[in-house]
Design a protein around this ligand. Structure first.
Ligand code: NAG
Ligand code: CA
Ligand code: CA
Length: 379
């Protein structure tokens, strides 16, 4: 067997196991299982291969808690640059990371364990195209997707022209295609652009690219623990940042996929693709937007799936690995295929991978100097 075939066989077996664990743990989802043939892969694990080079109805968000804004009053009115301008203060604490009721056991969602996180700052929004362009303009930075000459895009978002040119498919996820010329300026192939999407999240940034951007901004990527702590917004053992009800008051609070994935995309939440980073309500009392949904977000940590119940103090993940952790799910997630728009959910990609549903936001232990305003004497 060639390496490629072996990989394909392995992935197929792996995916069957995932399929089994998904079905076993998601009894509710059977009702809308309209498309059973593609279940094996949630579409969220596309990586470059090496050769290439709802339980209760109550909204628990406490929007009136302004303890975090006492420390930092974000600048406003500069909507294209919310990310470089706006960070929220996340007061530290101890929380239950992961869950004792994992949906995807093989993802290492469990067990629930006590984790302490120090206070830090986090971008209120995902990094937008405008902000990434500012970074590239100032530094001349070239992303890995630009160097490789391609990146992953989901088939549904490609023009017929671009599809015609594609020969190779990602074995485990047939709707993910490595598209020539796809990069942050051309998110859906070379005949696409970002002119009308400057306030949308930047796409096709690898983990390495994200690290470079955050350094430029005087920040860093959040650890997985920080991300999850921020996501959970002070609530214990809830699915979503605001509680367990997927649609508080019957409204969409996040950008995911409605309809039977991958054939049908109704865009009922207002967006068939990405949404502006400023869209949807603040998802929890920290004031974070799209911390789940819209695009997946890179974290600092290497990926591992074995966790103990031991208490951890500001964990930073394993010392080494092959993949990096991403969190939050994306606009391509449905409950049936990629029920990973939960704070406790996680997935991974190699640090050089990039795709059309993966972005990032930065964090910082100290507020960068350029963001400090007159209100800092309140510190
Ligand atoms: C980046 O440079 C281009 C070309 O000079 C310019 O059109 C664009 O407005 C700049 N973008 C930002 C965010 O400064
Ligand atoms: Ca959507
Ligand atoms: Ca997100």
């Amino acid at each position: 067997m060639t390496d490629r075939r072996r990989t394909a066989v392995f992935l197929s077996l792996f995916c069957l196991v995932i399929l089994y664990s998904t079905l076993a743990s998601e009894s509710e989802s059977h009702q809308d299982s309209g498309s059973s043939d593609n279940k094996e892969e949630c579409g969220c694990k596309q990586s470059r291969n090496k050769e290439d080079k709802e339980k209760n109805d109550v909204t628990e968000s406490e929007a009136d808690d302004s303890s975090h804004t006492r420390f930092y009053q974000p600048k406003t009115g500069d909507t294209l640059y919310p990310r470089t301008n706006q960070m929220v203060y996340i007061p530290g604490g101890t929380f239950t990371m992961g869950t004792d009721e994992p949906v995807f056991v093989l993802d290492g969602e469990g067990p629930g364990r006590q984790v302490k996180v120090d206070s830090f700052y986090m971008d209120k929004y995902e990094v937008s195209n405008a902000e990434f362009e500012l970074f590239v303009n100032q530094t001349g930075y070239k992303t890995e997707a630009e160097s490789f000459g391609n990146s992953f895009v989901m088939e549904n978002y490609l023009s017929e022209e671009v599809k015609k040119e594609i020969t190779q498919m990602a074995a485990a996820a047939p709707w993910w295609l490595p598209v020539e010329g796809a990069d942050w300026r051309h998110p859906f192939g070379k005949d696409s652009g970002i002119k009308d999407r400057m306030d949308h999240p930047v796409l096709h940034c690898s983990w390495n690219d994200a690290v470079k951007y955050c350094e430029w901004a005087g920040k860093r990527l959040p650890t997985e623990a920080e991300f999850e702590y921020a996501c959970r917004g002070g609530l214990e053992n809830r699915l979503f940042p605001w509680g367990n009800n997927m649609m508080p008051r019957g409204e969409h609070w996040m950008n995911i996929w409605q309809g039977a994935f991958p054939e049908k995309n109704t865009g009922e939440d207002g967006y068939e693709g990405t949404a502006p980073v400023t869209s949807f309500p603040e998802q929890n009392k920290f004031g974070l937007k799209n911390i789940i949904g819209n695009v997946w977000e890179w974290t600092q940590d290497w990926w591992e799936v074995k966790h103990t119940k031991d208490f951890k103090d500001n964990p930073k993940g394993p010392a080494s690995g092959t993949d990096k952790v991403k969190k939050g799910g994306s606009y391509q997630c449905t409950k049936l295929y990629c029920y990973r728009y939960r704070c406790g959910a996680r997935s991974q990609n190699t640090p050089d991978s990039s795709s059309s549903n993966l972005g990032f936001r930065c964090a910082s232990s100290e507020l960068p100097k350029y963001l400090q305003t007159d209100t800092k004497d309140e510190l």
